[in-house]
Write a protein that binds this ligand. Structure first.
Ligand code: NBP
Length: 475
């Protein structure tokens, strides 16, 4: 039989996606540059469903029904371009190429435009959920021409995660929008993990809990508003003992976090768009600091100054940390959604934030109860100026703010780093401030560069003649 869908690139992600399609009753054409991976898939999992294997790209494309639909799951960057080029050479007008790798959205914009000129439809699909998600149901964020979704959508929806019967897959918008929102999703994931790390660190260093006790706290938190995949697996990782030493595994892992780059991409894009995603940026920089091993080693003798005593009321401070975590998380998500709105405006994508919250409820790493609240917030008011201002989140943050301040000030007095909590709180205070010192910044800019300023009591732009008689002129 002709295959309904093809997958090329059969490393861990591609194999699992191919198996997921097969398990859902689709005939799946499979291909890999080196045939050995294809053979491995067939040997180990051929019984998952109907696979049609090809050694050459020509046979692979010929084994598909028209319009042909091929998912590429190869290393992002040049390999993706190479595979697109090979496919495009043998495909016909109206065929569809889906890039499921972690492509940079600007690459996706470029590829979509060049393939359109050649009569092919290109779908840049963000796929979240790692290996496990690829096999059992990921969250899928396909961008590209709306027409492509008519035939690709049902296939992708069939293999995606589902929450309350709703697939965690929807058409995101044109060209690079799917990979853009996947990128911001990953950035939010960085922020979320950083905040969880800070909470863990405070429970240990400010309250003296051991990893088992901290695991119990996270397990309890997972019963409430913080319920999420990341909080759940935090408890599991903390409770795990190293087989070799019998110690908590977390105590034998080197404390230098690595990154593959999507967090950095998110921050670079945010800088270009002028959106303050402080939560994501702090997370990216915190990983960089942790990885600066030589500098850290050389800095170990730096004076702490006089430190305060640790909090005595463990229960109250634990609850304060929970509140600070929740409030900081609201800020990080609010900023991430601001970036999505800014990207949407910049590229004319007409994105719907509520749809993203809907498809992130399952399958992906940031899946959480919380996302239902975000969906509700945008259902209620699609024009929300900021997620933080939706009534539910506003209440949550306002109720947490006293705890948040106690946590940030206590951490500071104890010499415990909390870049995520502290910068989220500063962002919050910056947003709600009546006046910001930006007025002085404008004054300084006008002084040294005649950059002009606006007045609170008159329209137009003004300049003070700083090096003359200091009178004001209208610019
Ligand atoms: P890798 O990113 O490790 O890529 C390996 C695959 O790329 C192999 O099939 C390899 O073929 C193929 N390939 C390379 Br490398 N260069 C090629 C070329 N020039 N032409 C043709 N094929 C080439 O695989 P992965 O870890 O399964 O990830 C696949 C994609 O999914 C990546 O973009 C990755 O960023 C993304 N990803 C996503 C998640 C997630 O949670 N969503 C997780 C992990 C990865 P070979 O066998 O012949 O060498």
């Amino acid at each position: 039989p002709l295959a309904q869908i093809g997958v090329t690139g059969l490393a861990v992600m591609g194999s699992n996606l191919a198996r997921n399609f097969a398990r859902h009753g689709h005939v799946v054409a499979v291909h890999n540059r080196s045939y050995s991976k294809t053979q491995t898939l067939l040997d180990a999992h051929g019984s998952d469903g109907t696979f049609v294997a090809s050694e050459s790209i020509e046979d692979f494309v010929a084994s598909l029904e028209k319009p042909r639909k091929v998912v590429i799951m190869v290393k992002a960057g040049d390999p993706t371009d190479a595979v697109i080029e090979e496919l495009a050479g043998v495909m016909d007008e109206g065929d569809i190429i889906i890039d499921g790798g972690n492509a940079l959205y600007t690459d996706t914009i470029r590829r979509e435009s060049s393939l359109k000129d050649r009569g092919l439809l290109f779908v840049g699909a963000g796929i979240s959920g790692g290996e496990e998600g690829a096999l059992n149901g990921p969250s899928i964020m396909p961008g590209g021409p709306a027409k492509s979704y008519e035939s690709v959508g049902p296939l992708l929806e069939s293999i995606s995660a589902h929450v309350d019967g709703t697939p965690c897959c929807t058409h995101i918008g044109p060209d690079g929008s799917g990979h853009f929102v996947k990128m911001v999703h990953n950035g939010i994931e960085y922020a979320d993990m950083q905040l969880i790390g800070e909470a863990y660190n405070l429970l240990r260093d400010a309250l003296g809990m051991d990893p088992d006790a901290v695991a119990d706290v996270f397990r309890q938190w997972n019963e409430g508003d913080l319920e999420s995949y990341l909080v759940e697996i935090t408890a599991q990782v903390l409770a795990h003992k190293d087989a070799k030493t019998g110690k908590p595994l977390v105590d034998v892992i080197v404390d230098a976090a690595e990154q593959k780059g999507t967090g950095r991409w998110t921050v670079k894009s945010a800088l270009d768009l002028g959106v303050p995603v402080t939560g994501i940026a702090e997370a990216v920089f915190a990983r960089a600091l942790s990885g600066a091993r030589g500098q850290r080693e050389a800095s170990k003798g730096l004076a702490s100054g006089t430190l305060s005593a640790k909090p005595e009321d463990i229960e109250t401070f634990t609850e304060d940390i929970r509140s600070a975590l929740y409030a900081s998380k609201v800020v990080a998500y609010s900023q991430g959604f601001d970036q999505i709105a800014a990207g949407s405006a910049e590229y004319d994508w007409n994105l719907h934030p509520g749809d993203l919250a809907t498809i992130w409820r399952g399958g992906c790493i940031i899946r959480a109860r919380f996302l239902n609240r975000i969906k509700d917030a945008y259902d209620e008011n699609p024009e929300l100026p900021a997620l933080l201002l939706a009534p539910y989140f506003r209440d949550a943050v306002e109720n947490a703010v006293d705890s948040w301040r106690r946590v940030v000030s206590t951490a500071t007095l104890l010499g415990i780093p909390v870049p995520g909590f502290a910068s989220a709180l500063s962002y919050y205070d910056g947003l709600r401030a009546e006046r910001l010192p930006a007025a002085l910044t404008q004054g300084l800019r006008d002084f040294f560069g005649a950059h002009t300023y606006e007045r609170i009591d008159a329209d137009g732009k003004f300049h003070t003649l700083w090096s003359e008689d200091r009178s004001e002129i209208e610019a």
